[in-house]
Design a binder for this molecule. Sequence first.
Ligand SMILES: *Cc1c(COP(=O)(O)O)cnc(C)c1O
Length: 367
Amino acid sequence: MIALNDFKAEPAALRDAELQAVERVLRSGWYVLGPEVAAFEAGWAAACGTAHAVGVANGMDAIEIGLRALGIGAGDEVITTGMTAVATVLAIRRAGATPVLADIDPATALLDRASVQRCLGPRTKALLLVHLYGQVRDLDGWDAWARDAGVLLLEDCAQAHLAAWNGRPAGSVGRFGACSFYPTKNLGAIGDAGAIVTGDADLAERARVLRNYGQSTRYVHTVEGLNSRLDEIQAALLQVRQRWLAEFTLRRQAIAARYRAGIRNPRVGLLAAPAQPGSHVHHLFVVTTPGREALMAHLQAHGVQSLIHYPVPVHQQVPYASLARDPQGLSATERHAATCLSIPCHPQMADADADRVIDALNRYGEH
Ligand SMILES: *Cc1c(COP(=O)(O)O)cnc(C)c1O
């Protein structure tokens, strides 16, 4: 079976380095917010082209803490997409702010400018872009739009590690970028982890206070924070795994290019090609098809796993059914959710694996 992810197939050299990193932390006797976290933060900020990175417990907390550090909360609206992990919207709610959902461009499944414009109102404080599937697109255009609109541009970078637009990495264009290192992300921990990246020193400092009970100096609590600390073992593992990230990203991009060249079936649609080299890091490779259940079963029969990201958009989930949204509706989001399918695109796949996936897709619907 060709799976969506195959961690057990990772290089032995990576595994050995991970074991050494864990041992180093165990023997150090310091387990939370210590030198490993500081070293990872410095390395990750450098990779993202930002002056600061603040390690936190997960990607959802990174969004919540970033919003709270900016003072965005009750009475403030944040425009984002419903074609995302629920965490994006839940984090806005946890910060006390009001999510407003705009529709997507069906060619990319990224936010649609005209729909975002329709969601803009007097209470809008920020636009939270989600770099879905690993794509960044028109970041300078969004930056200009946000300036014109008088709102802050924010980036959910959970799926877009190292993606860049005009040489600017994901997370470095908005006021902050929120990163998740959930194991399946392009840079994944061996558990939960996240980070806020930003060029804004004050925001970074407020995030550091918020992640640790609102503690500014020992036993002095200046604001009500949360417990969202990053631990030393995850930070040590992330430093090791970051050393493989560029190579793993190239591998994802090579598999995606092979798919784009090889998939030839009118029943299987592709999203738009990356607009620039390096602007798509292929966290997921997503096709669209009207008969999704049939295609999933066909792939399964040919030894290919597939999953759906995401079958139910956020506004159709029970707690979010009455969320504010584009007055013209979210029909492109709903159509995409009904037709999208993620096929394997991970760094441990061989070309022969990709060719098996292509062959299975091209045979779909044959008599
Ligand atoms: C994974 C993900 C998150 C949440 O990250 P966690 O680390 O799971 O909290 C947020 N947004 C997007 C787009 C994601 O893919």
